[in-house]
Ligand binder design. Structure first.
Ligand code: WTA
Length: 701
């Protein structure tokens, strides 16, 4: 038995856990001023959303939407665990995000687009403008023969044309699959193939870190990749970053590529009635990484998803139509879908949409934007917080903006970074919500409700209303509530925001999220289907959760999920590479970064050239975010006698830790050779425990 110690909150935690994780922190209280204006202040909300009220409690969420025809069933579990929310009703997401705001907010800004070049003017898009642009784009898409249920892949940057395109798809019931603009052409191509899209929508170019790059080149690679995988793309629609001007060098392909701006001229002033769609029809796909090398397309449905992001935008982000809200995430990730596009628009928000990187041209940029536009709700990721802090710790003081509320998402935030966010960025006035959730869950799972709960740095907080987590150990036994002991966090009940399935792979959906803890695969009772989130977590005595990171060999790089197997397969595309193993390394800004170990084929000389090509392969197959911190060519991989690569040992080496007992390995000598290569001959062997996600890394098979 591990010795236990008591912390100031009477939470029992093992000494090892204290070493691994930060200690329990003091609470911070929301201000009276914030509480007085908040959308959700009623403490009884948690009773109203108790498990005994499930699933009817979520009617309140569906009521926040405008329906063409009412639904008759809140939750249909007849094909468990493929949940159907709000069945029988007819609805349209585009109608809810655009049309219904016209009467009251037509002349109010929906988006204020801020280009990366600071000298370039903002573009204000009112709800009326958005309506016009979405209708014209919907007419264009309809003109191409696209209809409800078809898939279209988008590979677009952070420009207003992206939400316009998404909402135009949603208007017709076309399922959009936006691939993060920073992903490579190849990564986009494999997602085109998986989704079966015949149309790719992209943009010629966009600004990133001071450069107007050639993004159209990626479209050509994407189409070629998709074709090699068996999927033909008939049309590539190319938006122009500067309408009327082509900003890329790559030529347009005759018969296939069309400028959206040209085609739009034929659809000027056209209106397309929003198609009344079944509440449970799919809205979009969002690809994400998991244990295998193949990204999975999380499929989200219209009514469940939209109601969930609408309610959480209102209650947790506390968006009022009068606020100026800025989420710095990229729309290419789930955060942008839920909390830049669908949730905020359904609440008639005014949002800042910023094209570029937060630190361009300097670390004062976000605060200048906030001051100039009167931003009062700010939403970002710990990586950006760490980066802005590192490059400009005093910068926020120079600007006269005032935030009432701030959000962090995507990674655990260290208490130290949290406090800088609170003290300097929030000027000790703003509440912070640390929102924990994932692509598959559509919206927040655990967070404080800002006007109700105290904040605790480093802990995301209790579960969101209507979410009922449970932590299981490996054997399926429940880890006692509030015990501070680590386990796999699951959600007992379905909720409207949960994904519907993995596109084209229903088995993988069942196995990945329910396989471990479902005891009766035939059950139609939701109680038998706890949803496994894929994170390790602990719950403190006060009910707050602290997230320890992924348990499925996914590396969270700057808040982005990268699959180990995807990186390893990218390395193996270099012909000289015989074996590759990837491990996460702690990084002061990005949280984790991948580090790569490769063994070359017999007869191949280790060389810088091979290393460079491995790096390039990762950029080409996945994208620049997958660039490894180091690539080491090793004489052999540490292996078990059965030939399994011991990634755990490599992770310890990369993170400057002691490797522990390796005598049972097939080749223990090689471990010391690798250790010297990475840590140097006399590197101090530290006994400090590894964070849970790194310690557990490589255990999933
Ligand atoms: C991690 C992003 C700690 C977690 C919305 C999860 C977090 C993965 C938090 C999902 C948080 C997200 N604290 N960890 N507040 N939010 N994560 O799918 O490991 O890109 O499983 O969705 O990010 O990443 P995804």
């Amino acid at each position: 038995m591990a010795k236990t110690v008591k912390t100031n909150e009477l939470t029992e935690v093992s000494e090892a856990q204290i070493a691994v994780h930060w200690k329990e922190e003091e609470y911070y209280q929301p201000s009276e001023k914030f509480k007085a204006q908040a959308n959700l202040r009623d403490q009884r909300i948690f009773e109203k959303f108790g498990l005994d009220k499930f699933p009817d409690c979520f009617k309140a969420y569906a009521d926040m939407l405008t329906w063409f025809e009412p639904y008759h069933t809140v939750l249909d579990t007849s094909n468990a665990p493929f949940w159907k929310w709000f069945v029988g009703g007819k609805i349209n997401a585009s109608h809810n995000c655009v049309d219904r705001n016209l009467a009251k907010y037509g002349s109010k800004a929906a988006f204020i687009f801020v280009p990366e070049p600071e000298a370039e003017q903002d573009a204000v898009i009112t709800y009326q403008d958005l309506y016009t642009r979405v209708n014209e784009m919907a007419a264009l898409l309809r003109g191409l023969g696209l209809k409800a249920g078809d898939r279209v892949t988008l590979h677009m940057p952070m420009v207003p044309e992206l939400p316009v395109t998404m909402l135009a798809c949603a208007r017709l019931g076309v399922i959009h699959s936006q691939v993060f603009g920073g992903f490579s052409g190849q990564a986009c191509g494999s997602r085109i193939q998986d989704s079966g899209s015949r149309v790719l929508i992209t943009m010629d170019s966009y600004w990133r870190n001071g450069t107007l790059g050639d993004h159209k080149a990626n479209a050509d690679i994407a189409v070629r990749t998709a074709q090699e995988l068996g999927q033909d793309v008939d049309k590539v629609l190319v938006w122009q970053r500067y309408p009327g001007k082509y900003s890329a060098k790559t030529p347009m392909v005759a018969g296939r590529d069309v400028f959206v701006n040209d085609l739009l001229k034929q659809h000027q002033g056209m209106n397309v009635d929003p198609v009344p769609l079944p509440g449970e029809a799919p809205l979009f796909l969002m690809y994400s990484s998991g244990t295998t090398g193949k990204p999975k397309g999380a499929q989200h449905g219209i009514a469940g998803y939209l109601s969930y992001v609408t309610a959480t935008s209102k209650w947790i982000l506390d968006i009022h139509p009068e606020d100026v809200y800025w989420c710095m995430a990229d729309i290419g990730w789930i955060t942008g879908h839920s909390y830049i596009v669908y949730g905020p628009l359904a609440n008639a928000a005014t949002s800042v949409l910023y094209e570029g990187v937060p630190t361009f041209p300097d670390a004062g940029r976000p605060w200048r934007i906030a001051e100039r536009l009167g931003v009062n709700i700010f939403h970002t990721a710990p990586t950006a917080v760490r980066m802005l802090r590192k490059l400009g710790p005093q910068e926020p003081r120079k600007y006269k903006y005032h935030f009432k509320s701030m959000t962090t998402v995507g990674e655990p935030i260290e208490p130290e970074a949290w406090r800088w966010y609170y003290d300097e960025v929030g000027k000790r006035e703003a509440v912070i919500t640390d929102t924990w959730w994932m692509t598959e869950t559509g919206g927040f799972l655990a967070t404080t409700v800002p006007a109700i709960h105290a904040m605790k740095p480093g802990s995301c907080g209790p579960a969101a209303p209507g979410i009922h987590p449970i932590i299981y150990d490996e054997t399926g036994a429940e880890v006692p509530k509030g015990s501070g002991r680590a386990g796999n966090i699951c959600i007992r009940n379905p909720w409207p925001g949960i994904m519907q399935t993995i596109w084209g792979d229903a088995d993988r959906y069942v196995k990945t999220y329910f396989g471990k803890y479902n005891k009766n695969p035939r059950s139609k009772d939701w109680r038998d289907w706890p949803f496994m989130c894929g994170d390790g977590a602990v719950q403190a005595a006060d009910g707050y959760y602290r997230i320890l990171g992924r348990i499925d060999d996914v590396i969270n790089v700057a808040g982005h999920r990268l699959g180990t197997k995807e990186i390893e397969s990218a390395c193996l595309t270099v012909p000289e590479v015989a074996e590759a193993a990837v491990v996460p390394v702690q990084d002061e800004v990005k949280g984790r970064v991948p580090e790569v170990y490769i063994a070359v084929k017999p007869g191949v000389q280790p060389s810088q050239d091979v290393i460079d090509r491995v790096i390039k392969a990762n950029e080409e197959v996945i994208g620049k975010i997958a660039r490894p911190k180091h690539v080491y060519i090793v004489p052999d991989m540490p292996k078990t006698r059965s030939g399994k690569i011991m990634r755990r040992v490599l992770a310890a080496i990369s993170n400057r830790r002691d490797v522990g007992d390796v005598t049972t390995l097939a080749n223990p000598d090689v471990v010391e050779q690798i250790r010297i290569m990475v840590q140097g001959k006399d590197a101090a062997k530290t006994q400090e425990e590894l964070p849970e996600d790194i310690a557990k890394f490589g255990q999933v098979e």
